[in-house]
Design a protein around this ligand. Structure first.
Ligand code: PLP
Length: 371
């Protein structure tokens, strides 16, 4: 299979699996245990926490492991609004559903949410953040990289503005981490969500990185794990895998960016040559290196994805499909890029893709879209 759906998930890297295995077998103790294999598990968690902190420019004590990006996003939103007792949140209209639907749930709890518009390239205008801030604003949450069209948001500028009003900023860096440099100091963000399965780690593990001094309520209540902020027996193998995967991905930048970007550009060039009416969605300048999102006129998304699958190519539309009825993506709609009668295709590349994958995909698209 040709995997062109790395934004959905990535395979666990061999080195990551190797690093995880001893924590299912030799060191399977509870990290709260005072005996030898419990202590080994605790040490492994500490090492992974250090690795994650180092990769994003944070201190180890600012990293809390969670069950993934969804929990991290929910926690940031509910945690900060709960702690501050303020009733307003600013976010964008192109966030992942982990943020959007958490905001909808906050609305049901009486919190007002401003969903900022984006321009035709899918970018938030930082000045709109300034215009949306109110005396009762608890948090600004704008993603670093969009999961559908790959657009990078002006998060540093947004932080500068929000901080002038003393408002903390959360960014969902789930699609960005491991793919572009993510440095909390350079960005200025106060809270950052991560998910391991997007950068060669296992599924079901992530982190919320919270700057010292930011007030946050826990989402879960239980034992004293993760300083009482995220109770529950730690998923030691997954935490170890996350640390190793992020360490590896971060150390391979910027070479990996260059490699996938080159392949991505070849793919776009190839597609343009065989499908003249193709339109690229999102910014080519401010974009994740491995993301290509295109729309084809006079075509049907589900039919296209099925034909690609028959050709052994895994791709996606970028948007969720419920019971066979595909809704046009909220991201494309917000960008004003959802035209009738088009098929949407998100192709997301990784380090395991080759030039032959690109050639075969272009050839398949030429045959499929020719009729
Ligand atoms: N945020 C973004 C931008 C994502 O792309 C995803 C996953 O698709 C998530 C959050 C949710 O992460 P997880 O699958 O780890 O819950």
């Amino acid at each position: 299979m040709i995997n062109l759906d790395h934004a959905a998930t990535t395979p666990v890297r061999a080195e990551v699996l190797e690093a995880m295995l001893p924590f299912f077998r030799e060191y399977a103790g509870n990290p709260s245990g005072l005996y030898a294999d419990g202590r080994a598990a605790r040490q492994a968690i500490d090492n992974a926490r250090n690795a994650v902190a180092q990769a994003v420019g944070a201190r180890p004590q600012e990293v809390t492991f969670t069950s993934g990006g969804t929990e991290s996003d929910n926690w940031a939103l509910f945690g900060v609004t709960g702690a501050k007792g303020k009733r307003h949140v600013v976010t964008s209209s192109i966030e992942h559903h982990a943020v959007l639907n958490a905001c909808r749930a906050l609305e049901a709890h009486g919190v007002e949410v401003t969903f900022l518009p984006v321009d035709v390239q899918g970018r938030v205008n930082p000045q709109d953040v300034a215009g949306a801030i109110r005396p009762d604003t608890a948090l600004v949450s704008v993603m670093l990289a969009n999961n559908e069209v790959g657009t990078l948001q002006p998060v540093r500028e947004i932080c500068e503005i929000a901080h002038r009003y003393g408002i903390p900023v959360h960014t969902d860096a789930v699609q960005a981490a491991g793919h572009i440099p993510v440095d909390m100091n350079a960005l200025g963000v106060d809270l950052l969500s991560l998910s391991a399965h997007k950068f060669g780690g296992p599924k079901g593990i992530g982190a919320l990185v919270v700057r010292k001094g930011i007030c946050l309520e826990p989402l879960l209540f239980g034992g004293a794990q993760e300083r009482g902020m995220r109770p529950g027996t730690e998923n030691v193998p997954a935490i170890v895998g996350m640390g190793r995967a992020l360490e590896m991905a971060a150390s391979e930048l910027p070479k990996s960016m260059d490699t996938v970007m080159r392949l991505r550009d070849e793919l776009l060039e190839g597609i343009r040559a065989v499908v003249p009416g193709v339109r690229v969605n999102g910014s080519m300048e401010h974009r994740l290196p491995g993301n290509l999102h295109v729309s084809f006129p006079n075509a049907h998304t589900d039919a296209l994805l099925m034909r690609l699958d028959l050709e052994g190519i895994a791709a996606s539309a970028g948007s969720a499909c419920a019971a066979g009825a595909r809704e046009r993506s909220h991201v494309l709609r917000a960008m004003g890029a959802a035209r009738d009668g088009e098929a949407d295709l998100r192709l997301t590349l990784g380090m395991d893709n080759t030039r032959s994958d690109i050639e075969r995909t272009v050839d398949a698209l030429r045959r499929i879209l020719a009729g």
